[in-house]
Design a protein around this ligand. Structure first.
Ligand SMILES: NC(=O)C1=CN([C@@H]2O[C@H](COP(=O)(O)OP(=O)(O)OC[C@H]3O[C@@H](n4cnc5c(N)ncnc54)[C@H](OP(=O)(O)O)[C@@H]3O)[C@@H](O)[C@H]2O)C=CC1
Ligand SMILES: C[C@H]1O[C@H](OP(=O)(O)OP(=O)(O)OC[C@H]2O[C@@H](n3cnc4c(=O)[nH]c(N)nc43)[C@H](O)[C@@H]2O)[C@@H](O)[C@@H](O)C1=O
Length: 314
């Protein structure tokens, strides 16, 4: 099966690639953003027309943590709409019958009941710090739903919770909380256990799934024709940002004070997902949070000189 993984060098795309390359009947193709800018509709259509993959997995996007989302609303809205719309449109134009779209748990309303279920979509206002990214992702979910409804193609949208693992973004301005904490505690330890400054109050709660478990969910959606359009992909339990900080402080063996900077946004108070729809179809995560963070920290130590730092030029 010829599978095009868009964003194959990212944290998620590379995990999907690692997972799928184990099966020798898969012919995987990928292009870097320099080789193929997915914001360019003609270039995307020409590429899909010439390659004619059997399946497209969209793991390409403008991605970042709470501060990046809040500071670059235009890039997070427009780049993500351009990327996903060009890929989905080119797929429909070229009659590609299977497409897996990756959204995010932020598509759900800020104050939706917890745990979040797929039917909570569009039932209330979004979290202001990432409503731009969320609107783009929601339109992607609706795009796959419209293709299923009108053309009967097997297009599916997976909504992962916060993800972590190897090849994450460790830039302290644009990254998510977990990689930022790994880097901050590690560097503070090396600098004589200096105090570590973290954002917000530490009270929000987040759910974290290792990216290899997400890759298993993508393989599951690839190998099965799922009956519906939208599926949550969560770990099952969550913890407070403060608890996460204490866990990562223990794992990195940092000894010192943690300071909280309330001038930075907390974001959504909680976004714990109910993933029973996908679990009932046969997928479940297997990497426990502490084990996953320890593995990620050792990967970080082995690659500390070449870690990815995503900058955003507006
Ligand atoms: N990280 C997380 O916590 C979560 C991520 N997701 C979703 O998973 C997907 C991947 O996220 P993640 O792996 O973390 O992100 P990364 O930033 O690690 O990877 C993003 C990838 O997208 C590619 N890309 C970005 N812009 C373009 C462009 N204009 N043209 C071509 N390629 C482009 C990049 O390619 P290149 O490297 O070649 O520049 C990169 O490989 C996204 O859809 C994201 O919304 C969902 C929930 C949580
Ligand atoms: C995946 C998900 O990711 C984003 O939403 P988010 O989960 O709110 O983002 P985050 O991981 O950056 O923050 C989580 C919490 O952690 C706190 N926090 C403390 N200290 C640091 C810190 O040093 N860095 C960061 N980034 N956060 C910190 C921070 O203040 C917040 O309370 C959006 O992309 C959203 O669209 C989305 O999909």
């Amino acid at each position: 099966m010829k599978i095009y993984i868009a964003g194959h060098r990212g944290m998620v795309g590379s995990a999907i690639w690692r997972n799928l390359e184990k099966s020798d009947n898969n012919n995987l193709i990928g292009r870097t953003s320099k080789e193929l800018d997915l914001k360019d509709q003609k270039a995307v259509n020409d590429f899909i027309e010439s390659e004619k993959p059997d399946v497209i997995i969209d793991a390409a996007a403008r991605v970042g943590g709470i501060l990046a989302n809040n500071e670059y609303p235009y890039q997070f809205l427009m780049e993500n709409m351009l990327i996903q719309n060009n890929l989905i449109n080119a797929s429909v134009n070229n009659k590609i019958k299977k497409f897996i779209f990756l959204g995010s748990s932020c598509i759900y309303p800020k104050m939706a009941p917890q745990p979040l279920r797929e039917e909570h979509l569009l039932t209330g206002p979004l979290e202001p710090t990432n409503e731009w990214y969320a609107i783009a992702k929601i339109s992607g979910v609706k795009a796959t739903e419209s293709v299923r409804k009108q053309y009967g193609y097997d297009y599916v949208s997976l909504m992962p919770t916060n993800l972590y693992g190897p090849y994450d973004n460790f830039d302290l301005k644009t990254s998510h909380v977990l990689p930022a904490m790994i880097r901050k505690f590690h560097e503070a330890k090396l600098n004589g256990n200096k105090n570590v400054s973290l954002w917000g109050t530490g009270s929000p709660k987040r759910e974290f799934l290792h990216v290899d478990d997400l890759a298993k969910a993508v393989r599951f959606a690839l190998e099965n024709e799922l009956p519906e359009n939208l599926y949550n992909v969560g770990y099952g339990s969550d913890l407070s940002i403060k608890e996460l900080a204490e866990l990562i402080q223990k794992i990195t063996d940092h000894k010192g004070r943690i300071d909280w900077d309330p001038s930075k946004p907390d974001g959504t108070p909680r976004k714990w997902m109910d993933s029973s729809k996908l679990r009932n179809n046969g997928w479940k995560p297997s990497i426990e949070l502490e084990d996953g963070i320890r593995a990620t920290y050792s990967w970080f130590l082995d690659n500390v000189d070449q870690i990815k730092e995503v900058k955003i030029n507006n």
